[in-house]
Write a protein that binds this ligand. Structure first.
Ligand code: PLP
Length: 373
């Protein structure tokens, strides 16, 4: 059976992108974000590829995600970015040697209720201005004091998250960094500030640890830089195929609501992919799709199982030809812009109907990554 829609994930590209991040932050250790099923790329194969390429740690959102990795024998350090939500979770996190990111006093209380002998490994998350998760900066002395009371607790470091790292002209990021540094001026322990955009756009945010996500998957987090210009290789290609090619006269309306009106007699192709596969209904007419190596525009509304495309630019297109929604020659971040969203959401929005294929990293590529070539 030929899969209808296939997401091909190139694990060599994942390893290559890890290497690119290493080049940008050579003095930092790398905690790669593999939460949300590795941004929809497949947590286990991606984690294994990153582990094989020498990643220093992995980050997931919650215990369930970490357990999936541990049960698949991923042994790299794993941080729980949202920490734990119950004493049972806290105990299991300790047992599985997970790093717990603690962002609030109620979580601290859960950890303090564990047996004093529990060997905890934790990060303290500080709110330097994003106002999502994190202790107020003024709590740092109290947190340091808590650590002194618990000799079995290992502090992995202090982390904060940047709200506007993808805006290189914004003064928010320097202010967040300055506040974080000032709050920790009297305190020891590793620091971590930067996500992908922070790593690329804000060299002063590259501290003891960096936490790339999007860049690992080969996307640029910055509107001002393409992935290619940063040396990143898109890891995912999403493809389906044409299941109908028909000619329509000028004035004929295509699809639900008839939002596309044929300006002349022209070929319209139907591609077997729709919002039930994760292609947002918000994609506008004109969103590019690649058919036979040529970009053709979406023509008409996305429906549950199909999209329609204007094939005037690919007149040789036939039923059965591949249609690419994103990949190396059509960046997901560019496509996302046509639905007013980001590549993050496109990747995470792929549904169970999509068939995943993971291309293993060739041994030669792995060797060169390990050698840092
Ligand atoms: C705390 C934290 N660090 C790092 C990341 C990675 O961010 P990005 O994918 O933008 O590199 C995320 C992602 O949301 C995050 O929540």
């Amino acid at each position: 059976m030929i899969p209808r829609v296939t997401a091909t994930v190139d694990l060599a590209a994942i390893q290559h992108n890890l290497h690119v991040v290493r080049g940008l932050a050579p003095r930092s250790r790398i905690m790669a974000a593999v939460k949300a099923d590795a941004y929809g790329h497949g947590a286990v194969p991606v984690a294994r590829a990153l582990e094989a390429a020498g990643v220093d740690a992995l980050a997931v959102a919650c215990l369930e995600e970490a357990m999936e990795l541990r049960q698949s024998h991923v042994i790299a350090p794993i941080a729980l970015l949202e920490g734990v939500i119950s004493s049972e979770e806290a105990a299991l996190a300790v047992y599985e040697r997970l790093q717990i990111v603690v962002h609030d006093h109620w979580q601290l209380a859960l950890l303090e209720a564990l047996p004093a002998s529990a060997q905890l490994s934790l990060w303290f998350k500080l709110d330097s201005g994003m106002h999502r998760l994190g202790f107020p900066l003024a709590d740092v002395p109290r947190l340091a004091e808590t650590l002194r009371r618990h000799p079995n607790w290992k502090l992995e470091g202090w982390m904060t998250h940047l709200a506007c790292a993808d805006e290189p002209d914004s003064d928010v990021t320097p202010a967040q960094i300055a506040r974080f540094d000032a709050a920790l001026a009297q305190t020891t322990g590793p620091r971590s500030i930067a996500n992908s955009a922070g790593i690329i756009a804000w060299p002063q945010a590259r501290r003891d640890w960096v936490r790339p996500g999007l860049a690992i998957y080969g996307c640029s987090p910055l509107a001002t830089h393409s992935a290619a210009s940063l040396g990143l290789r898109p890891a995912m290609t999403l493809e389906s195929r044409l299941i109908a090619v028909r000619e329509f006269d000028a004035g004929e309306k295509i699809g639900y609501g008839g939002t596309y009106v044929c300006p002349q007699r022209m070929p319209i192709g139907v591609v077997a992919i729709g919002y039930a596969d994760g292609i947002h209904r918000a994609f506008a007419n004109g969103t590019p799709v690649i058919v036979n190596g040529r970009r053709v525009p979406l023509a008409g509304r996305v429906s549950m199982d199909m999209i329609t495309v204007d094939l005037r630019g690919a007149p040789d297109a036939r039923v059965g030809d591949a249609a690419r929604l994103w990949g190396a020659d059509l960046p997901a971040e560019e496509v996302a812009g046509h639905a007013g969203t980001l590549a993050y959401e496109l990747f995470c929005g792929l549904t169970q109907r999509v068939h995943f294929r993971h291309l293993p990293a060739p041994a030669a590529a792995l060797r060169s990554v390990n050698r840092g070539v």
